[in-house]
Design a protein around this ligand. Structure first.
Ligand SMILES: Cc1ncc(COP(=O)(O)O)c(C=O)c1O
Length: 412
């Protein structure tokens, strides 16, 4: 199914050509450049259809069967479907699918379990912690007393001994595991053990690996964490949004922490789109996709290392790679700019050692487009050549256009 004709035929083109041009321009940008931003993906036309549906019109404060508004029978059915599918997909006793974003999900998890001023142990921001893991610019850093653990400067791996020592010394009320840039599987069993030793809650922020977990390509935190927060976009390939999983014992606290404590009316079109995405993620085809995402990332990481980039932790277990471009004589910010000019879109990130910035890239979107390991090898060579100055950006841009032309995200 094609997205372009849907947009072109849409009344928007006639009513508001200025905005229609922006939408189509963005579709063109996404289709003709390479999306290596690790947090992005291409949702299916079915997910987009749910997002653009009349459910966007409906007010539905509360939960199915207990709303503050009339006329909620059908949106109740959509939310029940999303909840049941999420529970089955992840093997959770309870699912809340109302969080507007990953950050809202984390806020609600804290609201359910903590009081302002409580101590929380989380991955420090310089090592890949998210803003909601204690940034002074975020509510988390303002309202809670965050202590940061780190990664080993040499290996880039989480230093579990340090986590244990910090937990013993600070006696946090909660431990948070999860990251925006950690390329390896997290050992949830070790975190559970440490949390139990000091009597802390364990909150897993699985925003990044949630799609891999759904497809059986990464270990699940559900059996270990008290609360699991996630985004539904990223590898999971649903609409932009959040979700929370927990045991039945915390269900009521989590639900109340989402609504009415931190949010108002649920976004029913997004919840319907989440239901569609969970349905897709339960298929054998999605498991194949999730494993291919990892195979592609491993191949890309290996070829980037061969090209001389400093790949953090020596590789990846997931969709995500972080790499130091300094060995090629260019810092992370310059590298991002040069690659953007070549049509390769990715992010900068902190590196475990020193203050230099590196690159963060992911394979979720290119894998959705159907690219495989052959294309990843080609991509690594192009990336390195652009960074070394061996390929002019306009030539690289043409090569990228040719590649993406063979792998359209929304084939017509
Ligand atoms: C670990 C982690 N937590 C939370 C979030 C926040 O998600 P959102 O941008 O939807 O608020 C992200 C987003 O990248 C993330 O990686």
């Amino acid at each position: 199914m094609s997205v372009t004709p849907t947009l072109e035929a849409d009344v928007l083109r006639r009513q508001d050509p200025q905005l229609a041009d922006i939408l189509l321009g963005e579709l063109d940008r996404q289709s003709t450049t390479l999306q290596l931003v690790a947090a992005e993906n291409f949702t299916s036309p079915a997910v987009l259809a749910a997002l653009g549906s009349p459910l966007a019109n409906k007010y539905a404060e509360g939960y199915p069967g207990a709303r503050y508004h009339g006329g909620c029978e059908l949106v109740d059915a959509a939310e029940r479907l999303a909840v049941e599918r999420a529970k089955a997909l992840f093997g959770a006793e309870h699912a809340n699918v109302q969080s507007h974003s990953g950050s809202s999900a984390v806020l609600a998890a804290y609201a359910a379990l903590l009081r302002p001023g409580d101590t929380v142990l989380a991955l420090g921001l310089p090592y890949g912690g998210h803003l909601t893991h204690g940034s002074p610019a975020n509510f988390s850093g303002r309202w809670f007393d965050f202590v940061g653990y780190g990664v080993d400067a040499e290996t880039g791996l989480i230093d579990y001994d340090q986590v244990r020592t910090l937990a013993r010394n600070h006696r946090p009320k909660a431990l948070v595991c999860g990251s925006i840039a950690y390329p390896r599987h997290i050992d949830y069993a070790v975190f559970r053990e440490i949390a139990d030793e000091v009597g802390a809650y364990l909150i897993a922020d699985a925003a990044h690996p949630m799609g891999l977990i759904a497809g059986g390509a990464a270990p699940s935190p559900v059996p270990y964490a008290d609360v699991v927060c996630a985004t539904t976009h990223k590898v999971l390939r649903g609409p932009r949004g959040g979700m929370i999983l927990c045991g039945s014992d915390l269900a009521e606290r989590v639900d109340r922490a989402v609504f009415p404590f931190t949010q108002g009316g649920a976004q029913m079109h997004t919840i319907a789109a989440k239901a569609v995405a969970f349905g897709e993620a339960a298929t054998p085809a999605f498991a194949v996709y999730a494993h291919q995402v990892v195979a592609n990332a491993r191949t890309l990481a290996a070829h980037l290392a061969e090209e001389g980039l400093g790949v953090t932790t020596g590789g990846t277990d997931t969709h995500l790679i972080t790499a130091d471009t300094a060995p090629l004589g260019v810092d992370g910010r310059d590298a991002r700019g040069r690659l953007a000019a070549a049509g390769v879109v990715l992010d900068c990130c902190a590196l475990p050692h020193g203050d230099a910035r590196g690159l963060r890239l992911g394979t979720a979107a290119v894998t959705t487009q159907g690219m495989g390991e052959e294309e990843m090898a080609w991509l690594a060579a192009l990336l390195a050549s652009v960074l070394r100055g061996g390929t002019e950006s306009h030539k690289a841009r043409e090569d990228v256009r040719e590649l993406t032309g063979r792998f359209p995200p929304y084939p017509g």
